[in-house]
Ligand binder design. Sequence first.
Ligand code: SIN
Ligand code: FE2
Length: 232
Amino acid sequence: MAGAAPTPTPENPANGWGGLFPGSPVIPHGPWSVREGAILFMGMALGRGDELMGALGQILALAPFRHMETPGGRRMSVAMSNCGTTGWISDRRGYRYTDRDPMTGHPWPPLPAIFRELAEAAADQAGFPGFHPDVCLVNGYRPGSGLSLHQDRDERDGSAPIVSVSLGLPATFLFGGIKRRDPVEHFRLHHGDVFVWGGASRYVFHGIARLAPGHHPVTGAQRINLTFRQAL
Ligand code: SIN
Ligand code: FE2
């Protein structure tokens, strides 16, 4: 049928990032409004996976993945690092943002331009213009690791959304309510998906179910999540 929009597929995504990069296709995008303030852009970062992973490799060379300790003394199953002017950490003293990597004593590596551009474009398209992330928390999930239900509430200004980019193996995202005991919705996040939550959804409890084994051509046997926040 002439002129009909193509049906989104993993190879031909409903790409909301079209036109931002030279030569990138402009494809009509079909974001999924999960609920008020929470929008999933399926496949938005698809086609940029290798570039994102290249930039990530440089970050991890300076600020390697590590398993942080919870304030209660448990080792988190997800490996973490950060880039930006600040970074999120957890240890016996609690959760907080620090301007230096406690492992190296150096400032966190800077936020690469490709990270910033993607996060700002996604926030803008989700209805949160003027989002300027100062941190990207990098989560590395191996099969068997996950993240229990929590709220992101160590950031100063709750009017800024959270922008989350998924790379590699798929995962089941748990999306609950404002109260811990509220019902929890489950949906899958795939390589290249960008999920933005803010506004009425900013303080929703969320988490990641334990990752199933698998192999992904871009990341190998892991899922990488980039979480952008405006923390300071
Ligand atoms: C997070 O809540 O910090 C990470 C969520 C994810 O890995 O998708
Ligand atoms: Fe979170």
